[in-house]
Design a protein around this ligand. Structure first.
Ligand SMILES: *Cc1c(COP(=O)(O)O)cnc(C)c1O
Length: 480
């Protein structure tokens, strides 16, 4: 096994990894040899809780019997055939099932193979739709609207609408124009300097964000919030709407930006603004889809209906690379014409709609459609909230945010000012390295610890996950 690790260091270039650290850092390089349920096993046989769901993708655990069987059955027929000009049963049936569970109006499924391509497809569809349905003589809409702190993938179109400078800044000269509105991040809201909201649970926040005027004697917490974040969206749409082909947002949780949970009401407000200014709404549910936030899709929390919906990660239960972009019939119709009209959507990937992946997706979705699935997540979500509340009082914990089975724990140098530790301290990484010793695999986002367990986790396992993390947080030194 040491030999294999040597080969790894000789031949590989790992994603989102500083190769120099990877090379010298022999001990934490883990080689995973197998998995079962929420557990992963390394080459020494040590067992770990998969606290990141193998990068936010796994839903029903590893070696899930129904998904294994579904892939095997398909493997006995054929592993891959193209979807360009041909079709197959798993691709057809899975599309019907996806349409059934999606917000009303989304009737067409366009497959690809990862979250970034799901976003690329949506952006290109929006652009082409606008180009083809504009009145003759009208300028082409060249811009998009997105949010700061957003993350939509690593291909250049997805990077163009990405609002995370750390990943995206360098590539700016290569990107198309995007207008960024402020992130709906109440904790660090420049308009709410008192920050009285920061420890309040979501339900309490809900009172304050629907624009109502408090009645005398109303003891509910207040802020001076005037929906400045939505006002920024509106200002952009008002001024530049005629040039904007679409607006893209991660509903409820901005994932890679730091697991930032939006205040309730924001998403609905965003949708209404898109309607008002006739802008196509693209929802990126690559992270939040398939039960992660407690509903099959996060947009259902506020009954929001997008024009385009991007899905990946959990779509196969975290088994195989697959993605889908769902589009409304209206958008689909605008691409119909004679071949020589060139209204065709000229886009597709070699492994588009891979039959093994579609089979995995069908089996995973069947499990997710069982009644007990969402009620189970609700129960876990509640328990999770309780467990996380025991982490909040720890020194250096600035904020905890949660939506369903997603949690972000923000580590800060000062609980009052919320100032961060210097990046060179690698505080997030050091906590996660420590946690690994106690048998949990986590990957931080800078100074935000991220907990995203498989949705099949049991109550006592969730308690062990949070409990072990708490102990690990107490073990490392915060001196610098
Ligand atoms: C992970 C992610 C992507 C990109 O998906 P990949 O499969 O890694 O390309 C896009 N959008 C969101 C919200 C994500 O979390």
């Amino acid at each position: 096994m040491n030999n294999l690790l040597k080969l790894d260091k000789k031949y590989l270039w790992h994603p989102f990894t500083q190769a120099r650290e990877w090379e010298i850092d022999l001990s934490p390089s883990l080689m995973i040899t197998r998995g079962r349920g929420i557990y992963l096993y390394d080459s020494r046989g040590k067992k770990y809780i998969d606290g990141t769901s193998s990068l936010w993708a796994n839903i029903h655990g590893h070696r899930c019997r129904a998904i294994d069987a579904s892939i095997r059955a398909q493997l006995n027929k054929v592993a891959h055939t193209t979807f360009l000009g041909l079709t197959h049963q798993p691709g057809i049936l899975f599309a019907r099932e996806l349409v059934k569970i999606s917000p009303a109006g989304l009737n067409r499924v366009f497959y690809s193979d990862n979250g970034s391509t799901a976003v690329e497809v949506a952006l290109k569809m929006a652009f082409q739709y606008r180009a083809q349905s504009g009145k003759p003589g009208h300028p082409v809409k060249l811009e998009f609207l997105a949010l700061k702190n957003s993350y939509h993938g690593d291909t250049l179109g997805a990077v163009s609408v990405g609002g995370t400078d750390l990943f995206h800044k360098l590539f700016k000269p290569l990107l198309f124009k995007t207008r960024f509105a402020m992130s709906p991040h109440c904790l660090r809201c420049p308009h709410n300097k008192s920050r009285r909201l920061r420890d309040l649970p979501r339900e309490v926040l809900a009172y304050r964000y629907n624009g109502e005027t408090p009645k005398p004697g109303d003891k509910r917490p207040r802020t001076d919030c005037r929906w400045e974040c939505l006002k920024e969206v509106e200002a952009i749409l008002k001024k530049h709407g005629k040039n904007i082909a679409g607006a893209i947002v991660e509903p409820v949780v901005q994932g890679a930006g730091g697991m930032i949970v939006m205040p309730p009401g924001y998403l609905k407000g965003f949708e209404l603004l898109c309607k008002k200014y006739e802008i196509l709404l693209i929802l990126d549910e690559v992270l939040t889809g398939f039960g992660r936030t407690g509903k099959i899709f996060a947009c259902a929390h506020e009954n929001v209906k997008p024009d385009l919906l991007c899905l990946s990660k959990g779509i196969t239960g975290g088994y195989m690379p697959l993605a889908a972009t769902l589009a409304s019939e209206k958008i689909f119709r605008a691409f119909l014409g004679e071949y020589e009209d060139y209204k065709t959507f000229f886009h597709g990937h070699t492994y588009t709609a891979n039959p093994l992946a579609c089979s995995a997706g069908r089996a995973s979705l069947k499990l997710a459609r069982a009644k007990a699935f969402l009620t189970g997540i609700k129960k876990l979500e509640k328990l999770f909230t309780g467990l996380l509340s025991e982490i909040l009082p720890l020194p250096f914990v600035g904020h905890i945010r949660q939506a369903g089975l997603i949690a972000g724990i923000e580590i800060v140098k000062d609980k009052n000012t919320l100032e961060h530790f210097p990046p060179s301290l690698r505080i997030g990484k050091r906590i996660c390295d420590e946690a690994r010793k106690s048998g949990i695999i986590l990957r931080p986002l800078g100074d935000v610890l991220v907990l995203i367990p498989p949705l099949s986790i049991k109550e006592r396992e969730l308690a062990a996950l949070v409990g072990n993390l708490k102990v690990s947080m107490g073990r490392i030194s915060y001196e610098y």
